[in-house]
Design a protein around this ligand. Structure first.
Ligand SMILES: Cc1cc2nc3c(=O)[nH]c(=O)nc-3n(C[C@H](O)[C@H](O)[C@H](O)COP(=O)(O)O)c2cc1C
Length: 197
């Protein structure tokens, strides 16, 4: 299984990034390969000028095409998801998430905007035709403590519990929805099988 992880925070030190790191570690322990992207790694010029042919965007798109699932996490900015993340999502084609299981996550300063995942992020992921969208996770800043030196980041027990339940669901949803076979790949396999008889 392959999962793409997309971080929507412009900040290097990022609580939503801590959630993604946790998810990545959990998935890797379950034998899943995770490829990680952060919005801040994309050239700003490519995003602001909506360059659909940006090599970094094409690379993301190819990884998504090969992936079974997408993890996406964003800070809440002004009651919505980050604008930087929107500039990346805007460059994906309309069916980019078809056949993908998606786990959306957000972190925010207070629970006042805990529904931002539902009313802001999920509609955009639906527009990209996500096949199965899980319930989503919202975490308050107070529930995530950054690591220092050799001390790892810590999640409040209630959040850690919710996250591991969401990951179990994400993992089984991906197992239930195996990626459709690429017709070209199938064709090549059939041809090579014939030649090898
Ligand atoms: C520009 C800006 C706007 C924000 N707006 C909100 C908001 O509307 N609601 C909220 O709950 N938190 C808001 N926050 C707090 C962040 O969502 C919160 O600290 C989040 O965990 C940051 O995630 P990150 O560390 O991954 O960047 C805002 C923070 C910034 C910098």
């Amino acid at each position: 299984m392959l999962v793409v992880s997309l971080g929507g925070s412009p900040s290097q030190r990022s609580r939503s990034g801590v959630l993604l790191d946790r998810c990545q570690r959990w998935l890797q322990q379950h034998g899943v390969e995770v490829v990680s992207y952060q919005v801040r790694d994309f050239p700003a010029e490519d995003l602001l000028h909506a360059r659909f042919d940006s090599p970094k965007v094409i690379d993301l798109l190819q990884q998504i095409e090969n992936a079974d699932g997408l993890l996406i996490a964003t800070p809440v900015y002004k009651a919505s998801f980050s604008g930087a993340l929107k500039t990346v999502l805007d460059l994906l084609p309309e069916r980019a998430l078809s056949h993908k299981v998606v786990l959306p996550m957000a972190t925010g300063g207070s629970i006042a905007h805990m529904l931002a995942v539902d009313y802001a992020l999920k509609p955009v992921l639906s527009a990209l035709k996500a096949q199965e969208m899980l319930q989503g996770i919202f975490a308050e800043d107070a529930q995530i403590a950054y690591g220092e030196g050799s001390v790892p980041a810590r999640l409040a027990p209630e959040l850690a519990q919710r996250l591991s339940e969401a990951l179990e669901q994400f993992f089984s949803a991906m197992a239930r929805h195996p990626k459709p076979l690429d017709p070209q790949w199938l064709n090549d396999r059939l041809l090579s099988a014939r030649w090898s008889i």
